[in-house]
Design a protein around this ligand. Structure first.
Ligand SMILES: Cc1ncc(COP(=O)(O)O)c(C=O)c1O
Length: 371
């Protein structure tokens, strides 16, 4: 057994997806993002649960993830929303995935492989409406479409964009600009092609707060895992909905307990010295497993119904906690790192990062226990 137990709640996944089923129109496809090892929750385990909980499509980040899902007999349509290089074309087609398209090089490679295999490949034009990341700048989309002509094995099935600021204040200007730009450009593309496309732009924040973003499909990420894209979104959502349920909890066990006198050094660099006599415990978890080193002398874990601060530097596979004043702690006692009492948000706040990073940090090779 590993030193760390990562539990995945199937009931929480079902609850969260159900909340979105209620929120979005019936005809709108629910396409949760299982990219990045399902936001750290375990790609295969989560894909299976989502398939059972009403997901229509799944979004992955790479051909690698798509192939892993196919090997695990996941039959849902897959959309690769991450980068696809020309060299990935063969795997993309083998995995029978839809692809976010924004480069002519990838388009040509996909077309060529599809032709050889006598297959068609479905692509979704990814528009950059103001995220400044992956995507076709809107003023270049007509030229892009011209460059695609002759690539007869590609079928443009959808058109999409991604927002940079939708989790911030409601109706912020940049978000509204992106939305308008997307609507206008997507319509232009439909006019040129002379047919309707699957139009999609919603991530968690916009699926939760802006019904006008639902369109034909919602790519819900963090919220499917019961966490919120930001505090603002949490507050606005919970005004009129029941809270989402966090899917992941993480536990470990006490491996050593000791008492040290005042002014004792704790862990590498002696960045912590006991003020008084202290009772400390070690837990067999560190940055190797995914507990951020930036939690050194920051944040807490939960043991015997009390908070125990992390003291000294988080090491590769050992961390020290201060259990002074917590009675009856024994070797083997359970320690909650994330759960009902310490949230991914608490750890994110302690390390000045976001819950996304805390969740995705857990090493892929650690088993995920579905319960
Ligand atoms: C293109 C795209 N769509 C949707 C999502 C889901 O975003 P969120 O987790 O904020 O819902 C992501 C996540 O980064 C993304 O890159």
């Amino acid at each position: 057994m590993p030193n760390l137990t990562i539990k995945i709640s199937k009931e929480a996944i079902a609850h969260n997806l159900q909340a979105f089923k209620k929120e979005i129109p019936e005809a709108c496809l629910m396409a949760p993002a299982v990219k990045a090892n399902a936001y750290g929750h375990g790609l295969i385990e989560v894909a299976r649960l989502m398939e059972k909980s009403g997901a229509n499509w799944l979004c992955v980040t790479s051909t690698d993830e798509a192939l892993k899902l196919r090997l695990a007999d996941i039959a849902l349509p897959l959309l690769i929303i991450g980068p696809v290089l020309p060299e990935n074309a063969s795997d993309a087609i083998k995995s029978n995935s839809r692809i976010f398209l924004y480069s002519i090089e990838a388009a040509k490679a996909l077309d060529q492989v599809a032709k050889i295999k006598n297959q068609k490949v479905y692509v979704h034009l990814k528009l950059d409406t103001g995220m400044g990341r992956q995507g076709i700048p809107c003023d270049q989309v007509l030229e892009f479409l011209q460059d695609l002509s002759g690539l007869n094995n590609l079928i443009i099935e959808g058109v999409a964009t991604h927002f940079a600021t939708a989790d911030e204040d409601k109706d912020n200007g940049h978000f509204l600009m992106q939305l308008e730009k997307f609507k206008k450009t997507a319509e232009q593309v439909e006019e040129i092609l002379g047919r309707k496309l699957i139009k999609h732009c919603a991530n968690s924040a916009t699926a939760m707060l802006y019904p006008q973003c639902h369109m034909d499909m919602c790519r819900i990420g963090i919220a499917a895992y019961g966490c919120y894209p930001s505090d603002t979104v949490k507050q606005l959502w919970e005004k009129s909905h029941s809270p989402l349920k966090p899917v992941m909890s993480v536990f470990t066990k006490v491996t050593q307990i000791k008492e040290l006198p005042a002014d004792s050094c704790v862990s590498y660099g002696c960045t912590y010295r006991t003020e008084n006599n202290a009772k400390l415990a070690t837990i067999p978890v560190g940055y190797f497993e995914g507990l951020p080193r930036s939690l050194s002398n920051q944040g807490c874990v939960w043991i015997k119904n009390k908070k125990a601060p992390i003291v000294g530097r988080v090491c590769m596979d050992i961390t020290v906690i201060d259990i002074s004043g917590i009675d009856d702690v024994k070797i083997g006692d359970e320690v909650e790192i994330i759960g009902n009492n310490i949230s991914a948000e608490d750890l994110a706040q302690a390390t000045q990062t976001i819950n996304y990073e805390i969740l995705t940090n857990w090493k892929e090779s650690l088993p995920r226990l579905v319960c």
